[in-house]
Design a protein around this ligand. Structure first.
Ligand code: SF4
Ligand code: SF4
Length: 200
């Protein structure tokens, strides 16, 4: 064991192996890609620049929960969440910013998103003249999603549903009117009945 080790050292076996491998490439056909005119296809699942997705009906998937922001190890994402004006307790990302220069393309944010609102595009060219061009806002991220993932799935029934017990309890605690309260008193079909008032 020890003798073999010293023989390898003295005869420089590892160095000779390395040299042999290098010289063997002299007789192989070289592969030259004329980038950027020629581009090799990226493998499936490549982690390029991030994008935000929509449902098939055009509604944004993101519900502004901020889990992607928490999961990100590089503080790339900033989410400002807000409640939708006409849909009580329904939240969305009022602002969503993504700093490409800080991203390490680990994919943790994609894994963390509960509604599959994030997807990584095959875009790997980040060279720009102005570094600020790599600071994406929500519109830019949605545009990337529309371009690279145009075929989106339908919205599941539970998204946007206002019928769950938890939702109704939370709405009640916040003082929102129930559906029947919001609809107002039932309209009488006989207009004279209103004028006459209730029977004594
Ligand atoms: S891919 Fe990784 S580093 Fe980039 S935004 Fe997502 S979690 Fe952050
Ligand atoms: S992208 Fe997903 S995880 Fe991030 S805020 Fe939107 S819904 Fe939440």
């Amino acid at each position: 064991m020890r003798l073999g080790y010293w023989l390898k050292k003295i005869l420089m076996v590892e160095i000779l192996r390395g040299l042999f491998l290098t010289f063997s490439h002299l007789f192989k056909k070289s592969v030259t890609v004329q980038y950027p005119r020629e581009k090799k296809p990226v493998p499936a699942g490549y982690r390029g620049i991030m994008s935000l997705l929509r449902y098939a009906d055009g509604q944004e998937r993101c519900v502004g929960c901020g889990l992607c922001e928490i999961a990100c190890p590089s503080n790339v994402i900033k989410v400002v969440s807000a409640e939708e004006e006409d849909r009580p307790l329904k939240r969305y990302a009022k602002e969503y910013t993504f700093d490409v220069t800080r991203c390490v393309f680990c994919g943790f944010c994609v894994e963390a998103c509960p509604v599959d609102a994030l997807a990584m595009t095959p875009v790997y060219e980040y060279a720009v003249y102005n570094k600020r061009d790599l600071f994406f806002d929500k519109e830019k991220l949605l545009e990337m999603g529309d371009r690279y993932f145009p075929a989106q799935g339908a919205k599941p029934d539970y998204i946007g549903s206002c019928e769950s017990e938890l939702f109704l309890l939370a709405a009640k605690a916040k003082g929102y009117p129930t559906k029947s309260e919001a609809a107002g008193p039932p309209q009488s079909e006989d207009p004279d009945a209103k004028r006459e008032g209730p029977a004594q």
